[in-house]
Design a protein around this ligand. Structure first.
Ligand code: UT7
Length: 332
């Protein structure tokens, strides 16, 4: 054991300028502001501008995290981008971000993507932590970034009301001491692929009804109610697993930074932890579900406004397509 911990030394985020509110959405599909707010807690979401790519959002969030960390792009040893909506099929969005950030150069630092849908950021953090705790890297940038609006079926009221675009990032540093990532826990169950997915792709071909010579873009499809039930169970289990692994009580957790899919799901996890909503970071009302970006976006907000303070115990969790789910426990 190296005794090193992966400490988060800077956070950053970026949201596209365009806001899409519920009232405007209700002119596009058969829904209402009241329905969306009461069933999901969402009031508005951000939509990337034409030509604004996942790598652009990721780069801006990464720059802000680096500024907060007091580091230059050349100080990085590793870049991981969690995304479900990469710029290209290949190469990885992380390679594009490396170049756009100015982290290219003599060291040729590794840069790769992770695809675990809404749990992507937790998966990416888990991988980065291994590099840092083993001493292989000193500084890593982990980004969750999505332009989910590009794979939303804007005629499906069951999904289009939920998603939004954005990016969040953290800079991690390998350090001695108590502060940093204490444990991460990740899971997947491939039996549920069909409940939440975007069909179409280079291997399986075009989504139904499209020209089979073109892989095309599949729209996100979800059996919302079934996903909802599984999410509540999965998140409850991951919270218990995290506490048990670290011999902690519920009352030891200062902040819950959950994936922002649905306010009702967030409340049920908070209840499981016997936490008041004043200890839960909520951004779903303004961001919607930004998939892999949602946890680092919420984290950055609570760090910047001073809610999360040194010494606080922060529990991040997420659940998403795959199914995948996971948590990261961090002493700030
Ligand atoms: O981030 C990855 C994980 N994703 C999630 O965790 C999302 C989990 N799922 C959810 O958040 C919820 O299931 C939804 C918000 C998607 C849907 O809420 P629900 O309470 O589960 O509604 P439902 O799917 O059971 O549908 C109830 C009714 C249906 O009408 P009928 O059949 O009862 O007449 C739907 O057609 O609500 C209808 N409905 C809508 N009505 C107005 C579905 N979407 C809408 C809508 N506006 N946008």
């Amino acid at each position: 054991m190296s005794g090193l911990r992966a400490r988060i030394i800077g956070t950053g985020s970026y949201l596209p300028e365009r806001r899409l509110g519920n009232v405007e959405l209700a002119k596009m599909v058969d829904t209402s502001d009241e329905w969306i707010k009461s069933r999901t807690g969402i009031s508005e979401r951000r939509i990337a501008a034409e030509g604004e790519l996942t790598s652009d959002l990721a780069t801006k969030a990464g720059q802000k995290a680096l500024e907060k960390a007091g580091l230059a792009p050349k100080d990085l040893d590793l870049i991981i981008v969690a995304t479900t909506t990469p710029d290209l099929i290949f190469p990885a969005t992380a390679s594009i971000v490396q170049k756009k950030l100015g982290a290219d150069g003599p060291k040729n630092i590794p840069a790769f993507d992770i695809q675990a849908v809404c749990t992507g950021f937790i998966y990416a953090l888990t991988v980065a932590e291994k590099f840092l705790a083993s001493g292989s890297c000193k500084h890593a940038l982990v980004v969750g970034a999505e332009t989910f609006s590009r794979i939303v079926d804007w005629e499906d009221r069951g999904t289009c009301i939920l998603f939004g675009d954005g990016a969040g990032a953290v800079v991690l540093s390998a350090e001695q001491g108590d502060a940093g990532i204490i444990s991460t826990h990740i899971h997947a169950d491939g039996n549920y692929v069909d409940l939440l997915r975007a069909s179409g792709g280079p291997s399986s071909g075009a989504p139904d009804g499209q020209d089979p010579r073109l892989p095309g873009l599949g729209a996100a499809q979800m059996r919302g109610n079934e996903v909802y039930k599984r999410a509540v169970v999965g998140l409850g289990q991951i919270v218990d697993e995290t506490l048990e692994a670290n011999n902690l009580q519920k009352s030891d957790i200062d902040w819950l930074v959950p994936h922002q899919a649905n306010l009702r799901i967030i409340k049920s996890t908070a209840k499981r932890l016997s936490m008041g909503m004043d200890q839960v970071v909520v951004t779903v009302d303004r961001h919607g579900n930004t998939s892999a970006a949602s946890v680092p976006l919420a984290l950055d907000e609570a760090v910047r406004d001073g809610r999360i303070q040194p010494g606080h115990m922060v529990l991040m969790e997420a659940f998403g397509g795959g199914f995948t789910w996971g948590s990261a426990l961090v002493r700030w």
